[in-house]
Design a protein around this ligand. Structure first.
Ligand code: NAG
Ligand code: NAG
Ligand code: ZN
Length: 429
């Protein structure tokens, strides 16, 4: 009984201070989606004929594509296969001579096992915040950490509220800089969590924040460069993946469809909006929205970045999965005139990775054209270096990368920032 009482008291306290509680009016506590019996199949395509056959099968059975095939002749694609069609799909693929392996046998089991319990013993020894990088955290933990940093390190952290999400959660950017330095420095922008289910992205963004703010050995990274980091651009979607549907990708805005919510924020930016790789169907995972920047999240973010466009020299957006550094343009296989500069820097950054191998190339060529992406938009407003990084893995777990991978991924990634910072430091504001 006393435990229950404590829980009740705690929960009422958290309802006041937890930024996620605003969501209660929006039906976030609707019944959680179960993925029991769902599978992820990795299908290998060896010819254009096989590519065509697979496309027909995907359309016929309305299969969700987790990872699009690359344009190479021999390539793999990953499909989310619902229990009802597994048998028939096996027959079809076998008949066509297309080989596949079942990567995830039961998606719900992978979801249930993917996030470690927070380490209470380590939490209890720490003051001020509840972040660790051995589990994926709710938004309240992440925002709590940002507030903790801003109040603990006022001489190098500024917490900037740039607006509110559709469900009225605050949108936060942290600026990390030396506040006693009088000069305006060239800056690096990093965002995470555009896509809700890509949990490794906010995990890495918060890890980078921690390294820059709390690890004295990294002070050199602040000497010539300022940092703007937005760890969760789509907080409504992120919370929704924690509470209701682990595989949610989009925002949570109401659409013209009564049964389908959300816009793909990475099809909602205002450059070549509505082009290839986007959908007008509100039920699609790549729904572009009713207009460019229809979503408060993309609108606030773009307005903030535009306001700093003269100092931000590098735009980096973190996604998963696939292990690739993608370079604009993404709206089609088109190369900016300074593509070779962008490519050289990306290759140099990726060469710092020792544990994970990344492919590097034009976004549309390496994957598929997709218009309205944030990286294209950033490039279009004159930010010379603009990249989308698809983090780990390459498909073993995909979006459900187990929490035990957070630290290895983050530790491997961080040295790439030396390369980016060194380049940006040479650019004039
Ligand atoms: C939990 O944290 C404690 C104290 O920091 C540490 O000794 C222990 O190894 C951690 N356990 C796990 C499972 O990470
Ligand atoms: C911050 O800037 C001031 C003034 O330029 C400088 O003296 C100081 O060393 C800088 N601090 C760090 C940690 O770089
Ligand atoms: Zn993504």
């Amino acid at each position: 009984m006393p435990t229950l009482l404590v829980l009740l008291v705690l929960s009422s306290v958290f309802n006041v201070i937890d930024p996620s509680s605003a969501a209660e009016d929006f039906g976030i506590d609707e019944k959680a989606v179960s993925y029991s019996g769902f599978q992820v199949w990795s299908v290998t395509i060896r010819s254009n004929a096989e590519r065509e056959i697979l496309r027909t099968i995907i359309d016929q059975y309305d299969v969700e594509v987790w990872k699009e095939p690359k344009t190479d002749k021999v390539t793999t694609t990953e499909l989310l296969v619902v229990p009802q069609v597994q048998k028939e799909l096996k027959v079809k693929l076998t008949q066509a001579g297309i080989s596949y392996v079942i990567k995830i046998n039961d998606l719900q089991a992978a979801i249930d096992n993917g996030n470690a319990k927070h380490n209470m013993s380590s939490l209890n020894t720490k003051a001020g915040h509840s972040m660790d990088w051995t589990s994926y955290h709710r938004l309240s933990d992440i925002y709590g950490y940002l507030s903790y940093l801003a109040s603990t390190y006022p001489n190098r952290v500024e917490l900037i509220n740039i607006g509110t999400s559709y469900e009225k959660r605050p949108l936060y950017v942290v600026r990390i800089f030396n506040c006693s330095s009088p000069v305006v420095k060239p800056a690096i922008w990093i965002d995470g969590g555009i896509h809700a289910r890509e949990w490794i992205s906010p995990a890495l963004a918060t890890y980078i924040i921690r390294q820059l703010v709390e690890v004295p050995a990294n002070a050199a990274l602040l000497r010539n460069v300022d940092w703007y980091i937005m760890p969760v651009m789509n907080p409504d979607g992120y919370e929704y993946t924690h509470v209701s549907n682990r595989l949610w990708r989009k925002t949570r805005s109401v659409t013209s469809s009564t049964s389908c919510r959300g816009v793909d924020p990475n099809r909602n930016f205002g450059y070549k909006w509505g082009g290839l790789g986007t959908s007008t169907n509100p039920c699609s995972d790549v729904y572009k929205g009713t207009k460019a920047f229809s979503e408060p999240e993309t609108l606030a973010t773009s307005n903030f970045i535009k306001g700093k466009a003269s100092s931000i020299k590098l735009y980096l957006t973190l996604h998963s999965y696939g292990q690739a550094a993608l370079i604009p343009w993404g709206y089609d296989v088109v190369y900016p005139s300074d593509y070779s500069d962008m490519l050289a820097l990306a290759k140099s950054a990726v060469s710092k990775f020792t544990k994970y191998r990344y492919s590097v190339g034009n976004a549309a060529a390496l994957y598929y054209p997709a218009a309205g992406g944030s990286d294209d938009w950033a490039k279009s407003i004159g930010i010379k270096y603009s990249y989308t990084f698809e983090l780990s893995d390459t498909g073993a777990y995909g979006f459900l990368l187990p929490a035990s991978n957070i630290l290895p991924v983050c530790q491997d990634f961080f040295p790439a920032l030396d390369v980016f910072a060194a380049k940006v430091a040479t650019l004039k504001v």
